[in-house]
Design a protein around this ligand. Structure first.
Ligand code: ZN
Length: 394
């Protein structure tokens, strides 16, 4: 048999093995796939949740900063408020002062007028004409000899009042300007505050939205956890069902006339080192406990494996157990020898063998962690599902 043919036969045998395997095993595999997929989904979901949480944390920090800025804005606005109101009362004070000054000037002018009139009436000179022709009071003072000390005093008073009036007016217009500046500043701050508040509102909305996403993601994750539990339960149930089925088969065989089948030869005469019994176990390859359908006998690579009983070779080549041989013993009884050394098979398909004939050497092909023989006995058909405990025949 050349390599291609061997491999093709192997593939065929493998597919045969799977075809005859009941739906339960296939569903086990399916369940495992679903479990793995769900685990991946949970991991992704957790990553998404982490991201949402981080996002919310950052945004909350931003929001806190905005709130702090708004508070600062508010206190600045308050400070400006009190400055402006102080300015206002100063302005009012100036206005009152101006009113007083105006009143004062008016009364002083009236008094001066009276004095001048009195002087005119006394007929000393046509003084009023002189006053009217003069441009200002000082001019008048310099040009006339007729002013009495009282007039001089009055005009001096008016002049200083007018100067004072001018000062107050200047001060008031300065205050007006300052108040205007402060109001402008306050307006700017109000605008800034409004912008900050808008930003904060937007942030709050975003946080709310992400919070919603987060809640939803957590709900989905919860569903995934539940799904995972359901799958695990199904896997356990399937494994238990299979175990029960296997046990029932073994039981059936006890009623089967074992003596009719007869004793089998120990398949590896050089080794009695059994590393794994028939039954449920944890394999290095399966994530969950699976059912071991045979007996593992460990021996150095190349150690001869013999036919446990006379029969016809129905399979020799690569298969589900690496390099393997299956012998049909008639009446639905089969023996399987797995994990042989590549190229060590010394029998061929269709060949008649006797008990004790060397069929291949121990190896570690297929799913194997070290050289050993996987010895399987099948009753009632050539299927993994028909495997029974080989110990009954050895
Ligand atoms: Zn095994």
């Amino acid at each position: 048999m050349n390599k291609t043919k061997q491999m093709l036969a192997g593939v065929l045998a493998l597919s045969l093995l799977y075809v005859v395997t009941p739906a339960m095993a296939a569903s086990q595999q399916e369940l495992q796939q679903r479990k793995n997929q769900n685990e991946q989904n949970i991991k992704n979901q957790e990553k998404a949740i982490d991201n949402y949480e981080v996002e919310i944390e950052y945004m909350t920090r931003d929001l806190q900063n905005l709130d702090k800025e708004i508070t600062e804005c508010n206190s600045s606005i308050d400070v400006l408020d009190s400055q402006i109101s102080a300015m206002r009362s100063k302005i009012k004070e100036s206005e009152r002062e101006l009113q007083d000054i105006n009143k004062n000037i008016k009364s002083k002018r009236e008094m001066l007028e009276k004095r001048l009139q009195a002087m005119y009436v006394s007929g000393k000179t046509s003084y009023i004409e002189l006053v009217l022709s003069c441009s200002d009071i000082s001019d008048l003072l310099s040009r006339t000899q007729l002013i009495s000390s009282l007039v001089e005093h009055d005009t001096g008073l008016i002049e200083s009042l007018e100067n004072y009036q001018k000062d107050v007016k200047e001060r008031k217009s300065e205050l007006d300007q300052q108040k205007k500046d402060l109001s402008g500043l306050q307006e700017l701050l109000e605008k800034e505050k409004k912008a900050l508040e808008d930003k904060a509102t937007e942030k709050e909305k975003m946080i709310e939205k992400i919070q919603g996403n987060l809640e939803y993601a957590r709900t989905v994750r919860q569903q995934m956890y539940a799904e995972q539990e359901a799958i695990d339960a199904q896997i356990r149930a399937a494994a238990e069902a299979r175990e029960r089925e296997m046990a029932a088969k073994g039981q059936k065989l006890k009623h089967y006339n074992v003596s009719d089948v007869g004793q089998m030869a120990w398949p590896v005469p050089a080794s009695g080192n059994v590393t794994s019994e028939f039954g449920r176990r944890d394999t290095p390859f399966a994530a969950i406990g699976d059912f071991h359908t045979g007996l593992d006998i460990s021996a150095p690579a190349g150690t001869p494996i013999i036919a446990a009983r006379a029969g016809t070779v129905v399979y020799a080549g690569w298969g589900g157990y690496g390099v393997m041989v299956i012998i049909d013993h008639g009446g639905g009884l089969y023996t399987l020898y797995g994990h042989g050394t590549d190229g060590s098979i010394s029998v061929s398909n269709g060949q008649q063998v006797s008990a004790g004939d060397v069929i291949m050497g121990v190896g570690s092909t297929g799913y194997s962690t070290g050289p050993h023989l996987h010895f399987e006995v099948r009753v009632g058909g050539n299927s993994m599902n028909n495997a029974v405990n080989p110990r009954q025949f050895l």
